[in-house]
Design a protein around this ligand. Structure first.
Ligand code: G6D
Length: 349
């Protein structure tokens, strides 16, 4: 295991690094404490050629200027909170509204916009970056001072493990995710519509106004949401189903099968042999296909067309606080939060 660091940019007069962990296979992940974001994941293809398989800029400025969520830690609450309104124990709260009147991805100053603290750790077969930050009572309208830790670990098994923990001094909401976009071609001039997607989900959450969940969980059976057997991502963009038409592809929460120690999702690119296998203890995964072209910025000089990347955002279902049966995302002082998602790189021959 090897750990290195270079300058990535400057934020509020502070120099911000990018930290790279490299394993015995030459696989590396690079992350920055701005937004506790993964910015690169380099893996080989069948010919041994290393490419970066995630969307990420090669310097900090664009992350600050455009807030693309690429690879970032999202919180306190991932996805939308309808109208930014909710109540906890009978007390109403209004959090910041940053998208069509809704609260999206933690609000105006979500955790992805903060400079986190970090330390690194090296063990025999893995290395970690431990990010931590404090988000104060009132931040984006949320109650409670919270302490958050997100640990990125790269193992010699080519796994990227993302482990979260959080505590609070009064009841608040917490439902983080990582907004990594994969493009297994390692080349964004090729889109991800040909990737084979597997999702261990019998149901998905229907979207209504402004892409908020309606509260209905619908069977995937007989719909373009059925990825219980791996199928091309394009089955969602080529379908006439009103839910996929609505967002020009996928931007939907899938309810994962709750069994432990099983594969929850995978994506595979036949051309390069690269595969990502995902397991999580979370109840859902939001799959978004970067359904539109990025306007106003490029990725290291290249246009970011629609379908340049695919996310596997593990979390509790979006807007859970306002929906029956979407799970409990209230973080309480007596019950700190922990969760883990593992993305494993596999080279198929
Ligand atoms: C998320 O579900 C949302 C999308 O609607 C949003 O546009 C994106 O993040 C930035 O996945």
């Amino acid at each position: 295991m090897h750990i290195s660091q270079k300058k990535f940019g400057t934020f509020q007069n502070q120099e911000v690094p990018a930290i790279t962990l490299t394993n015995k296979n030459g696989v590396s992940i690079t992350a920055t404490p701005f937004g506790a974001s993964i910015v690169e994941w380099n893996v080989p293809d069948q010919k041994g050629v290393l490419d970066n398989i995630i969307l990420g800029f090669n310097q900090l400025d664009e992350y600050i200027e455009y807030r693309p969520y690429y690879g970032a830690t999202i919180g306190r609450v991932a996805g939308r909170i309808s109208q930014g309104m909710f109540s906890i124990d009978g007390k109403s709260y209004q959090v910041s509204q940053n998208e069509n009147g809704n609260h999206l991805h933690g609000g105006i100053q979500g955790l992805d916009t903060k400079l986190w603290n970090f330390e690194t750790k090296k063990r025999a077969h893995e290395a970690s970056i431990i990010f931590s930050c404090e988000d104060q009572h009132g931040s984006n309208g949320y109650p409670g001072n919270i302490m958050v830790q997100v640990t990125y670990t790269l193992t010699d098994e080519d796994e990227w493990k993302v482990a979260y923990s959080a505590s609070t001094d009064q009841p608040t909401l917490f439902n983080p995710t990582n907004h990594v976009y994969f493009n297994l071609h390692g080349d964004i001039s090729k889109n991800i519509l040909d990737h084979q997607l597997f999702v261990h989900a019998e149901t998905y959450a229907e979207l209504g106004d402004s892409n908020n969940p309606t509260g209905r969980l619908l069977p995937v059976e007989g719909t373009p949401f059925d990825f219980r057997e791996a199928a091309s991502v394009s089955q969602s963009t080529e379908s006439d189903h009103p839910q996929t038409k609505k967002v020009s592809g996928l931007d939907h929460p899938f309810v994962l099968n709750p069994k432990k120690d099983q594969l929850d999702a995978s994506i595979f690119d036949e051309e390069t042999g690269r595969k990502i296998e995902m397991t999580t203890d979370q109840a859902a995964v939001v799959i978004f296909l970067h359904n539109g072209k990025a306007e106003g910025y490029t990725l290291n000089g290249q246009p970011i067309e629609a379908y340049s990347g695919i996310t596997l955002e593990t979390q509790a279902l979006p807007d859970a606080i306002n929906q029956e049966n979407f799970g409990d995302i209230i973080l309480r002082p007596e019950n700190p939060y922990t969760s883990e998602t593992v993305y494993r790189f596999v080279l198929e021959s």
